[in-house]
Ligand binder design. Structure first.
Ligand SMILES: Cc1cc2nc3c(=O)[nH]c(=O)nc-3n(C[C@H](O)[C@H](O)[C@H](O)COP(=O)(O)O)c2cc1C
Length: 493
């Protein structure tokens, strides 16, 4: 199977939804928490300092600072503001309570696991750890010098984000691989922006030998390595690295479901996007599409003092938006688009692969219509005029929130160009980028006092027809909505 076959096979159409209609097997729902049982578990100190730099400044690329901390407190702060539990919801009719995290996830199923390798972090033994968000602790899977990949050394911290695709496939079946990639993109930016807010830089690596990393981290068969993220910077408290031999605890991964149902297209895309030793593509940049003159130049972005720490932990997906009169200002839209456009730091980020199309419903000074955002010019080109609320909701599988928002987005990924540069592996990178943009929009919206929701479900080819884009120009990979959230009675904290 190629990326193209997988992508075609997992498009939503009215017909595909009819065929897929079957009740969820709640008794077999995967546990959203992975534990490695039987390993030492290290405390991450409670109440780490709050990164106070304004979130919008971090989104613009500014570096925050961190008071001098020891290693455990540093790790605690980084994870508390990127991957920890930050709220819970309770379903009033059943009393069923569940956790929400700093990083969002399609269906709140959380396929992404955070592992990290530490080397020379003061007060923290060198080794391989798995983050346990349910208790804000680190499971020590090995001590000693773990070599992941020569290129990643000598960063004192290297995160390995993995996906447990079954968690998403339980609900979303074949299409689940797409959502896992989005979730990795969100988690990447959640981590990377928290690191920036603390004064550290990150670099993400998507090109690696998958089997090599899986072996180095002794990953179980259901966890697939997706992204390595190196964290560097003066705020990391350092000491000389240990030269100790590796001692493995490894641990027994908990069982997530009674039965796992395999999906052939997921195995197919997994194999298509896998890299093996010796075939790691070097990025060969291709010309980006030339910007066309825009019709509307955006004003300078709005700013707010809301701090990063508060913003990251308050971020939530809106259940729906108040569809009344309240609108966004143009400087607020400008701030969101700027947040989405700040360059990424990754080995697959030499060229941008995702473009934003906007369904503008209520933005002061901007007529309702469809617009394309030209990043290089910070401008908008109007493609269609008129009320887009019914269309935006309809294209998003009839989800009202895309029509009740002030602005909804189609993210158009240049899948062909990605494949030309990176081979089938490029499929992952387009989705990582879309998820990363989504995370920036979530945080930007929250900082501005707005709400946002990622939307993974849409009628693919109908979006293309409506936007009059051919597959060669790109394909829709993600929808997103920003507006004034209605209150969610299930939310507890
Ligand atoms: C990739 C992705 C796709 C999503 N798709 C939808 C969607 O189609 N409809 C929706 O209402 N919410 C969607 N969400 C929002 C999730 O349901 C939400 O993130 C999850 O319930 C956790 O809540 P939180 O974001 O408040 O932590 C999506 C989120 C992500 C990250």
């Amino acid at each position: 199977m190629t990326w193209r076959e997988y992508h075609e096979a997992t498009k939503h159409t009215a017909e595909s939804l009819r065929r897929a209609r079957s009740p969820l097997d709640w008794g077999n729902m995967p546990d959203p928490f992975r534990h490695y049982e039987g390993v030492p578990v290290l405390d991450l100190p409670a109440d780490p300092p709050v990164p106070g730099i304004p979130a919008l400044e971090v989104l613009r690329g500014a570096l925050g600072s961190t008071p001098a901390l020891d290693g455990p407190a540093f790790l605690s702060e980084l994870l508390f503001y990127s991957a920890a539990i930050s709220a819970s919801k309770c379903v009033p009719s059943t009393g069923y309570r569940y956790a929400l995290r700093v990083n969002p996830s399609s269906g709140n199923l959380h396929p992404t696991e955070f592992h990290f390798v530490s080397r020379g972090v003061a007060g923290w033994p060198d080794g391989l750890y798995h983050y346990r968000p349910s208790a804000h602790m680190a499971e020590q899977r090995a001590t000693g010098e773990i070599i992941l990949n020569r290129a990643t050394h000598p960063a004192p911290l290297v995160f390995v984000l993995t996906s447990i695709v079954w968690r998403e496939a339980w609900k979303y079946r074949e299409r689940a691989y797409r959502y896992c990639l989005h979730d990795v993109g969100h988690a990447w930016q959640a981590l990377s922006l928290a690191a920036r807010a603390m004064g550290c830089s990150t670099f993400a690596r998507g090109h690696f030998d998958d089997d090599d990393i899986a072996r180095a981290c002794r990953l179980p068969e259901d966890e697939w390595p997706m992204l390595l993220i190196e964290v560097n910077g003066a705020p990391i408290p350092l000491r000389e690295p240990d030269s100790a031999e590796i001692v493995w605890h490894a641990g027994r991964p908990n069982r997530l479901s009674m039965v796992e149902i395999p999906y052939a297209p997921i195995e197919g895309i997994r194999n298509a996007t896998r890299l093996a030793a010796g075939c790691i593509p070097g990025p060969a940049p291709m010309e980006e599409p030339l910007p066309r003159p825009q019709q509307i130049t955006l004003p300078p972005p709005a700013s707010t003092p809301r701090g990063f720490g508060e913003t990251a932990r308050a971020r939530r997906s809106a259940l729906d938006f108040a569809g009344g009169e309240q609108s966004l200002s143009l400087p607020q839209l400008s701030a969101l688009l700027e947040a989405a456009s700040t360059p990424f730091s990754a080995d697959f980020a030499c060229t941008r692969l995702v473009e934003l199309y906007l369904y503008v419903h209520r933005v002061d000074g901007l007529a309702p219509g469809v617009y394309r955002y030209w990043r290089e010019l910070a401008g908008l080109e109007q493609l269609r005029t008129g009320d887009q609320r019914v269309v935006a909701a309809g294209l998003s599988l009839g989800q009202d929130l895309a029509g009740n928002a002030c602005v909804a987005f189609s993210m158009i990924g240049d899948l062909d160009r990605a494949a030309h540069i990176y081979g089938d592996r490029g499929y992952r990178y387009v989705y990582f980028e879309a998820g990363a943009i989504g995370q920036r929009l979530y945080l930007g919206a929250e900082a501005l006092g707005l709400g946002a929701t990622g939307i993974g479900a849409f009628y693919d080819d109908e979006v293309h027809r409506y936007l009059t884009i051919s597959p060669a120009q790109g394909q829709v990979v993600y929808h997103f909505a920003v507006g004034y959230p209605i209150s969610d009675p299930r939310l507890e904290a």
